[in-house]
Write a protein that binds this ligand. Structure first.
Ligand code: IVH
Length: 667
């Protein structure tokens, strides 16, 4: 049995490597999913513990922001150069310090993300840290584990893997995926990420790794910092080894015999960088020979053997014609600057999001101001500076509305969040956005239901919630502006068709906080229907592998507050209320363990023998539930070293406490 499981794990690792690292998939997504399901089933029916580097064990836990670890050696930053003169000076200095020896350089793309360090022990990924202050980093191991291009186990190749390996790299988000994350964030009243770097940093520092897992994070490693028992002569040699061990390095790395060659590489990427699917803000030039790197050494901040040769920011100056305040589907008010159209890097820019009230105040943006606008790749343009010296006359600061611009209800400001909200549940602007989301391509996909039609439906009171769409009839619809009988018929047909949508599409379309497409799929895969999910206890939702406490709470709250809407949708005849999705959860008799089955556990403190997420997985695979806070529904608290407030809470409530040894005995 064990060998069958191990064989399957190795096969899945191989396909993951092909897909996520080499970008050359060998099997279809559905075949891959089938293999994963097969592995989950085998693991569930096997009495042995599931190893943490199994491909099924990517999601659990979250960032340990309080826990900081010292880096093996400081994670330095890079000195910047901005033009050919700076580059020549760098080359001349290197040449001088190395006393005239010919120097070979390596050039790499400078990925605009978040620097991290990854440690592998005996080939297993054991620790991931952020750069932090360079000296100490934060523990983001669980979050890094969710990134599919971070191997949980190094590839076994012709070269053995070192007993301890530490590599450094950059975590990033592909630039075309940022829009999708930001749409969701704005809808949820959070300010959008200004650039892919912030998005990567924000996603990696989440306390709930299941939310990190839903973000399209990726990695490139660029430094082999430590490999016990290995010595390399050059940086390129270390890159080759990292490739062979299955780590993802950037393919656009070159070797040059002179600093002039480096300038050509830079020039090439000045022109081509927009074609890359990720953001690069320059190139990094490194001395290739490691003995030379060592001879050159570092200053307290930078290595003397490397330099970041930055690209020019793409900027333009224009005027803020007005500031509009839009209402999102959850009531968050988002200000948008309407600009005098201006062209940057071939794109005409007419507006820029101002994110929230605070942003306008901090930057002191006023109507009529001249501003510097910056566009980084495909990212939403942002206002980087107000040219206050050019401000003519007495312009009043922008007054953020105290009332919702759509329904005139007084807005709500809380200390908890930056978003100013309209809290009127009947606000028509919110309703219009909710319907637009419900009808969108990745939700119920109701074509022909664009913003203009939605506005008319709501303004003419034909629709008061998404369920009312199913009551629309051709005759009254055809009387709307620019509609006519054929379009009305088509719309009714499209709405009727949407009743066949699978449950995950409906769940996503409901617009629940933190429920993006992948979370919706995961929930339906486990609960099989919206009806079952709506009746599930918060703990049951949280016990699903890949779902953390924040998502569980949000889902549970939504269902307790929206019963009427669900009943209306059910009465309208949505197919997914009567047909259950196929189960992907395989529960065999072996997974039901007498001690763990049906009981609720909380794991706290640091365990010696396993991480908290491994402990959670071990409990879940035995039929138990794991939640984040101790309540009177908790059956056991498992307490490792330095257990804090949860320990005290368990004592107060009389919840039995298991030590690590007790827990292992039960396992
Ligand atoms: S080498 C001591 N190579 O840029 C030198 N860094 O502004 C360590 N970065 O902190 C860095 N791409 O987070 C290196 N190909 C690359 C890089 C890169 C992006 C980041 C890294 C570093 C920052 C410096």
């Amino acid at each position: 049995m064990q060998t069958e499981i191990e064989k399957l794990r190795a096969l899945i690792r191989y396909y993951e490597h092909k897909y996520y690292i080499e970008n050359e998939p060998e099997i279809s997504d559905s075949d891959f999913d089938a293999l994963m399901k097969q592995l989950e089933a085998l693991e569930a029916s096997d009495p042995g513990p599931i190893p943490p580097d199994s491909p099924t064990q990517r999601v659990g836990g979250g960032a340990e922001l309080g826990t900081r670890f010292q880096h093996r050696n400081p994670m330095l930053s890079l000195n910047n150069s901005y033009d050919e003169k700076d580059l020549q000076e760098f080359g001349a200095r290197v040449h001088r310090l190395l006393e005239g020896a010919p120097v070979a350089y390596v050039t790499e793309l400078k990925i605009d993300g978040l620097g991290v360090s990854l440690t592998y022990e005996n080939g297993r990924f054991t620790q991931g840290l952020t750069r932090g202050d360079g000296e100490y980093g934060e523990d983001v191991t669980d979050n890094l584990r969710t990134i599919r291009s971070v191997p949980l186990r190094l590839a076994e190749t012709d070269t053995t893997v070192p007993p301890v390996l530490e590599v450094r790299g950059e975590v990033f988000i592909p630039k075309h995926r940022l829009g999708e994350i930001n749409t969701q964030r704005e809808a949820e009243g959070e300010s959008p990420f200004a650039n892919p770097r912030n998005a990567a940093a924000g996603s990696l520092r989440l306390l709930d790794a299941s939310i990190t897992a839903s973000r399209p994070l990726d990695i490139f490693v660029y430094t082999l910092n430590y490999a016990e028992g290995f010595e390399f002569a050059t940086h390129t040699e270390s890159l080759e080894h990292m490739w062979r061990w299955g780590l993802k390095c950037n393919p656009y790395t070159d070797c040059h015999k002179s600093i002039e060659d480096v300038q050509n590489y830079y020039q090439h990427w000045v022109e081509k960088r927009h074609e890359l699917p990720y953001e690069v803000d320059g190139v990094v030039v490194k001395v290739n020979q490691l003995s030379e790197q060592q001879a050159l050494g570092t200053t307290s901040k930078y290595p003397r053997w490397a330099i970041a040769y930055k690209f020019d920011a793409q900027q333009a100056i224009t005027t803020v014609e007005t500031i509009e305040v839009q209402v999102g589907r959850t009531g968050a008010l988002t200000p948008v600057a309407i600009l005098k159209p201006v062209s940057i890097a071939g794109a005409t820019i007419t507006n820029a999001t101002l994110h929230n009230e605070q942003e306008i105040k901090t930057k002191d943006i006023r109507i009529g101001d001249k501003i510097v606008l910056e566009r980084a790749g495909d990212v939403i343009p942002k206002i980087v500076e107000v040219l206050t010296a050019d401000r003519i006359g007495d312009k009043a600061p922008f007054e953020f509305p105290d009332h919702c611009p759509a329904c005139k209800t007084p807005v709500q400001r809380t200390e908890k969040e930056v978003a100013v909200r309209c809290v009127n549940v009947g606000c028509v602007a919110q309703l219009k956005r909710r319907i637009a989301h419900y009808a969108s391509r990745n939700a119920l996909q109701i074509e022909g239901l664009g913003p203009a039609t939605i506005t008319q439906l709501v303004d003419n009171e034909l629709v008061g919630d998404v369920a009312d769409l199913y009551t629309l009839e051709v005759k009254p619809l055809s009387k709307l502006e620019r509609m006519g009988v054929p379009s009305a018929r088509n719309l009714v047909h499209q709405i009727e068709q949407s009743k066949m949508a699978p449950a995950e599409k409906l769940l996503f379309g409901l617009g629940i906080f933190h429920v993006g497409e992948s979370v919706a799929e995961l929930l339906i895969a486990n609960f099989r229907s919206i009806d079952r999910l709506s009746k599930a206890a918060q703990e049951d939702i949280e016990s699903v592998k890949g779902i953390g406490p924040q998502i569980a709470e949000s889902v549970s709250n939504f269902f307790s507050q929206n019963q009427t809407l669900l009943e209306k949708l059910q009465t309208a005849g949505l197919h997914c209320f009567t047909v259950e999705a196929e189960s992907t959860q395989v529960q065999t008799s072996e997974t039901i363990d007498d001690f763990f089955s049906g009981k609720t556990f909380v794991v706290t403190g640091s365990l010696e023998g396993m991480t908290r997420s491994e402990a959670s997985n071990a409990i879940k695979s035995r039929g138990g539930r794991v939640t984040s806070s101790v309540t009177n529904k908790t059956d056991y608290l498992i307490a490792g070293e330095n257990a804090g407030s949860k320990y005290a809470k368990a004592e107060e409530l009389g919840v039995p406490i298991l030590t690590e040894t007790d827990f292992f005995a039960q396992l």
